[in-house]
Design a protein around this ligand. Structure first.
Ligand code: MN
Length: 250
C-alpha cells in the first residue's frame, strides 16, 4: 500500500493531517483531471512540497529552494513518501511529531503528464509534465539523478531535479518571492498560525538557533501580535470588523 509509509510516520491522534484512503480516493477522483499542489512547509527547514496526483495518491517531492521559473536553474527535489489525495488541500499547524511546523497551500491546480505512461516515466527517472496552477504553469520536468545522499532530514531519499522548460510561462521572476502567500486563505505563515488555537502553536526552541529557529520565532511573535489585535478588535465592536489576516491571494 502506497500510503503505508506516510501513515507509519504519523500519530493521527495528535496530528491534524488526514490519514487517507487510496482506494476511496481513486474512486472519488475517477474521470477528474489529476490534481497538483505545492505546500510551503516550515519544519526543521523551510521547503516546498510538490505533489502530483497519480493512482489515488499524491506523488511527493520536497524542494528545499522551491520551484524556479528560470529554465537554466535546476532545483534539487528529494522524492518523499506518497501522500493522501486529501492532504493536497491541507493548510495549518502540525503541533508535534513528523513534519512538525507550519504548512501553507502555496499553489494548487491540475497537471497533465506529457508522456503517455507516468509509471514508465517515473521508473525511467524522466517525468515531463504540464502544470495549470495559480502560480505555476506550463511545461516542467523532473529528472532523477544518481545521488541519494543529502544532509539532514532529506537523507537517503531518491534525488531528482525540478526544471522549468522554456515556454510562455518561464522567466526570471523569483516566484517564491513574488507570490509568497497561500492560495487557500491568502494568509502568510503568521496568519496561518494565528488562525489556530494557541495551545497548538509550534514552540520555537529558546534561544532560537539557526535560520529556521529565528524564522519560526519571528512568525510566532507576529502571530501573537495578530491574535492581540484581533482580541482588541473584539473589545471595540464599533470599529469596522476586518477579517483576520486577509490579504490578496498572491
Ligand atoms: Mn514537507
Amino acid at each position: 500500500m502506497a500510503l503505508k509509509q506516510y501513515q507509519q510516520k504519523r500519530n493521527f491522534a495528535s496530528s491534524p493531517e488526514p490519514k487517507g484512503d487510496e482506494a476511496k480516493a481513486r474512486k472519488r477522483r475517477k474521470g477528474k483531471k489529476p490534481f497538483f499542489c505545492v505546500q510551503k512547509h516550515l519544519a526543521s527547514h523551510l521547503h516546498y512540497d510538490l505533489r502530483l496526483e497519480h493512482h489515488g495518491v499524491l506523488l511527493s517531492w520536497a524542494v528545499p529552494k522551491g520551484p524556479s521559473l528560470d529554465p537554466s536553474v535546476k532545483r534539487f527535489a528529494a522524492q518523499v513518501e506518497d501522500h493522501p489525495v486529501e492532504y493536497g488541500t491541507f493548510e495549518g499547524v502540525i503541533p508535534e511529531g513528523y513534519g512538525a511546523g507550519i504548512v501553507m497551500l502555496w499553489d494548487s491546480g491540475t497537471w497533465t503528464a506529457e508522456s503517455p505512461d507516468v509509471d514508465a516515466a517515473l521508473a525511467k527517472g524522466d517525468l515531463k509534465f504540464t502544470l495549470d496552477g495559480y502560480k505555476l504553469k506550463g511545461s516542467w520536468v523532473l529528472v532523477r539523478t544518481r545521488g541519494y545522499a543529502r544532509p539532514g532530514e532529506l537523507s537517503k531519499k531518491p534525488s531528482w531535479l525540478l526544471i522549468k522548460h522554456r515556454d510562455e510561462w518561464s522567466g526570471d521572476v523569483d516566484i517564491t518571492e513574488f507570490a509568497p502567500l497561500s492560495v487557500k486563505s491568502g494568509d502568510d505563515f503568521p496568519a496561518i498560525v494565528a488562525a489556530q488555537d494557541p495551545a497548538l502553536w509550534p514552540t520555537p526552541r529558546r534561544p532560537a538557533t539557526g535560520e529556521t529557529g529565528a524564522m519560526l520565532q519571528k512568525i510566532i511573535e507576529q502571530a501573537a501580535e495578530l491574535k492581540l489585535a484581533e482580541l482588541h478588535q473584539q473589545e471595540t465592536p464599533s470599529s469596522p470588523r476586518k477579517r483576520r489576516g486577509r490579504k490578496p491571494v498572491v
